[in-house]
Write a protein that binds this ligand. Structure first.
Ligand code: SF4
Length: 377
């Protein structure tokens, strides 16, 4: 499907302007999920308003020139409290779209009012039915599922649309259908599925039987095709790519330059490409940051980000992927954090993450297509 060399030529650099920024209003999370990658989730290190003001100086003109989002991501962003989150949002202009990724446990009517007031788009983390949420626990180790559902019920009661994000730790037969049916019933309008990743402080093994993973994705396509009422992120990406290959337009699927996706840490430090690297330090790579918005304008930090030593190494790894991987045109070279946490460096190529979530995803979609091919007329 994705012939080697089929994707565009020329080294991929970083775009000067991102399509969104990720902001960490606090490092604190009120849950303690078993697969979480965050290093300081028990500590409430809050973002000062001065950090948001500095980010807004760059973001407001970008948003005036086209669609632009700020994604509030923690820790648990709602653990920062409504008052503080409102103070952090205040410097951003009306064109900026606000999104929040939340564990939903703190959502109540007051938070729903807040979402309405700030036109904030909500994405909740939930792994499917109760029995599938065993890893999502509070600090006392007690299941968080009832609290999660309580929060989602508030959104539903108020008629607020929401997305959902589910982590799959063990792909197994029947799971994809079970999950899809659950999320149909839950009422989300967008669904993302992540196969659990070994990264950050989560050192659990993410190696799986390749056939089980592609079968999981193939089953998910089947479930979605029966009732395509939810935007299913991974499946829609794959189908769009498959259609482009058939159309001979696969070269245009990936953007010419990598979106730097800056994450602004609670202290103003800027980590490009992978939010999961925020808060970590390495004897060789340092703290992974490309600068701090309290001392340098964000636009300048992004303009110089390719000179950050680990970023240059990652860009070399992307080129190694282009030269060696038949899935490059779909994947674009994977994620920096997965390389670092799995391979210990940034210029490697295949990781378990890319096998689970790129290679086997595309194979699963093709498997489904083969199994459901219309007989020739
Ligand atoms: S990250 Fe993995 S799937 Fe993506 S291009 Fe590189 S080797 Fe291929």
């Amino acid at each position: 499907m994705a012939a080697r060399g089929q994707s565009f030529s020329g080294m991929r650099g970083l775009a000067a302007v991102p399509s969104y920024v990720v902001m960490q209003p606090t490092t604190l999370c009120n849950l303690d999920c078993a697969y979480c990658y965050l290093p300081f989730r028990a500590a409430d290190r809050r973002m000062p308003v001065a950090v948001a003001e500095a980010v807004a100086v760059a973001v407001n003109p970008w948003a005036a020139n086209g669609r632009f989002s700020v994604v509030w991501h923690g820790g648990e962003p709602l653990a920062a409290g409504r008052e503080h989150l409102a103070d952090l949002i205040a410097p951003f202009g009306p064109e900026v779209e606000h999104h929040v990724q939340t564990n939903a446990t703190l959502i109540d009517d007051d938070w729903c009012d807040f979402f309405v007031r700030h036109e904030m788009r909500v994405s909740v983390s939930v792994d499917g039915p109760r029995a599938r949420n065993g890893d999502r626990v509070n600090r006392g180790g007690q299941p968080a599922y009832d609290r999660i559902l309580h929060g989602i019920s508030a959104l539903r009661r108020r008629g607020l649309p929401f997305s959902a994000l589910a982590v799959v730790s063990r792909p197994e037969p029947g799971l994809a259908t079970e999950l899809y049916d659950y999320f149909l019933e839950l009422g989300c309008d967008v669904l993302g599925i992540n196969i659990e990743e070994t990264e950050g402080v989560n050192t659990r093994d993410n190696r799986h039987d390749p056939l089980a993973v592609s079968a999981f994705w193939a089953e998910l396509v089947g479930a979605w095709r029966r009732e395509p009422r939810i935007h299913l992120r991974e499946i829609e990406w794959s189908l769009r790519y498959a259609a482009a290959v058939l159309d001979n337009s696969a070269d245009g699927v990936l953007p010419r330059q990598l979106d730097p996706i800056p994450t602004i840490g609670h202290d103003g430090s800027v980590i490009v490409l992978s939010p999961e690297l925020a808060g970590f330090t390495d004897p060789h790579y340092g703290d992974f940051s490309s600068g701090n918005v309290l001392t340098t304008p964000l636009a300048q930090i992004l303009g110089d980000a390719a000179a950050t030593p680990w970023v240059g190494e990652f860009l070399a790894g992307v080129e190694a992927c282009r030269a060696s991987c038949p899935y490059f045109g779909f994947c674009g070279g994977g994620h920096a954090a997965n390389r670092y946490f799995e391979l210990g460096r940034f210029d490697g190529t295949e990781t378990e993450h890319c096998r689970n979530s790129k290679i086997r995803l595309l194979e699963g979609v093709l498997e489904h297509a083969r199994d459901h091919e219309s007989p020739a007329a």
